[in-house]
Design a protein around this ligand. Structure first.
Ligand SMILES: Cc1cc2nc3c(=O)[nH]c(=O)nc-3n(C[C@H](O)[C@H](O)[C@H](O)COP(=O)(O)O)c2cc1C
Length: 155
């Protein structure tokens, strides 16, 4: 079924002001006027459901790095949606942003591993931010949002 409006889902765990800054930059980019025909839906990772994913044409995932892994909240999201979504969301475009205070590699690896298992397709390199975000970091988050929106735009 063709639709005029595509849906971009942001699934995020945002437990601090710094993560809120990144999330807002991603959301502003995703909702940019430069891209038409995309609506943005944001869901806290602890609340997002398989139905949210079924209804999405693209997904942005956001998490802090916690003990060398993604947050428990984002892991809970994947635990919830993995099998229900496995067959019907193959090739879903996704992108990831991660904030940490010293090393985000384990969180990136963990998310990419699960997304690969789901058959999702990475549509942007992960944006990783260490410590207090500078303007370049916020711009990178904006770009990430805008790029995924452009990727799924009906044109
Ligand atoms: C229990 C715990 C584990 C953490 N583990 C990591 C980690 O493995 N790598 C990292 O870069 N930051 C780690 N952090 C820092 C968080 O990623 C950081 O607190 C979060 O992104 C929010 O940033 P903020 O504290 O500057 O607001 C950890 C924080 C906590 C509380």
């Amino acid at each position: 079924m063709s639709r005029d409006v595509r849906r971009l889902l942001i699934v995020h765990h945002t437990p601090s002001p710094v993560l809120r800054e990144l999330f807002e930059a991603v959301r502003r980019g995703a909702a940019t006027d430069e891209v038409e025909g995309v609506e943005v839906v944001a869901r806290a990772a602890l609340r997002a459901t398989a139905v949210d994913v079924f209804e999405a044409d693209g997904v942005i995932l956001g998490t802090p790095a916690n003990i060398g892994y993604m947050s428990g909240a984002l892991k809970h999201f994947f635990d919830t949606i993995y099998y229900p979504c496995l067959e019907d969301t193959q090739r879903l475009p996704y992108a990831l942003y991660v904030h940490g205070n010293n090393d985000t590699a384990g969180a990136v690896r963990a998310v990419e591993s699960i997304a690969t298992g789901l058959g999702w397709e990475r549509a942007h390199l992960p944006v990783t931010v260490i410590g207090a975000p500078v303007q370049d970091d916020l711009s990178a988050c904006w770009e990430l949002g805008a790029t995924i929106a452009a990727t799924i735009s009906p044109g």
